[in-house]
Design a protein. Structure first.
Length: 277
């Protein structure tokens, strides 16, 4: 299993890969630039390419996560332009780093016509991907429902991908806490959810996983992460999830709390033990 955690790029992209490797990871996630801004970053391509070579030599898979202000369903014209430029920039950085793709939250739309929100998303995705010919994918992430009910179902993810002009450039990132918080996954219904996802063609396009337990119960619509096995999802339900065949081929990334007493290195070790027991 390719497993690791979110790491900082304070020491550059190569530094991030080395940090992930030192933590015992075989996967990692990073912000390609300032996570609180959509400003385009002029990045060090040599550093990014060195990251790609290091990952290839050491068997690491990586994903990038778009900045927090990214909203692909926004109706604000100025913000849409900034979002498009930022996404192209993120794709360029991720591609140079050899990453699988960039994780993008499913959009949230403020308005009475939810259908218009979906149309807005598809139009923006088309405008971005018609300008993109690299290998890095745009990975839509399911949402918790905390900011609204868009993006909480597998059907939405699949339909957006199908209706886009370049579905070959779009994959999915499955977030376990978001799925649990939204009520999509109750912890007990994994077999049923997996079967439905397979029927829809969802899981064949899952290219990354965010592995997070949840501080709150299923259906709470509250996105608060807990360490694996220490939240409301629980160790046994996460073990069942991690034994799904598609997990073997994708980066599985922790976005969980880390302290001096319980580091991500400790948690990576625990997850591997959980799966192998």
């Amino acid at each position: 299993m390719y497993i690791g955690s979110h790491v900082s790029i304070r020491g550059g992209y190569l530094g991030a890969a080395k940090t992930a490797y030192a933590l015992g990871g075989t996967a990692f996630q990073y912000f390609p630039k300032n996570p609180r801004s959509l400003a385009v970053k002029s990045f060090d391509r040599r550093d990014a390419e060195a990251c790609a070579r290091f990952c290839e030599r050491n068997g690491l898979l990586s994903i990038a996560h778009t900045p927090y202000p990214t909203n692909i369903a926004t109706a604000d014209a100025q913000l849409r332009q900034a979002t498009k430029r930022s996404l192209i920039n993120d794709l360029e950085i991720a591609d140079a780093c050899g990453s699988v793709g960039i994780v993008v939250h499913f959009g949230h739309y403020k308005g009475p016509d939810v259908l218009q929100g979906y149309k807005t998303m598809i139009l923006l995705l088309n405008e971005v991907l018609e300008r993109w010919d690299g290998n890095a994918l745009l990975l839509l992430e399911n949402l918790s429902g905390e900011k609204g009910r868009m993006g909480v179902t597998l059907e939405e993810q699949v339909q957006i991908r199908k209706l886009a002009d370049r579905p070959d450039k779009i994959g999915f990132c499955f977030d376990t806490c978001h799925a649990f918080a939204s009520g999509l996954w109750t912890g007990e219904n994994w077999d049923e959810l997996k079967a439905r996802g397979d029927e829809l063609g969802y899981f064949e396009h899952v290219k990354a996983v965010h592995l997070n337990d949840s501080l709150f119960p299923a259906g709470s619509f509250r996105d608060r992460h807990a360490n694996v096995g220490k939240g409301c999802i629980g160790a046994e339900n996460i073990r069942r999830f991690l034994r799904s065949p598609f997990i073997e081929r994708v980066p599985v990334v922790l976005e969980t709390p880390a302290t001096a007493a319980y580091t991500h290195q400790d948690e990576v070790r625990y997850v591997r033990k959980l799966v192998n027991e």
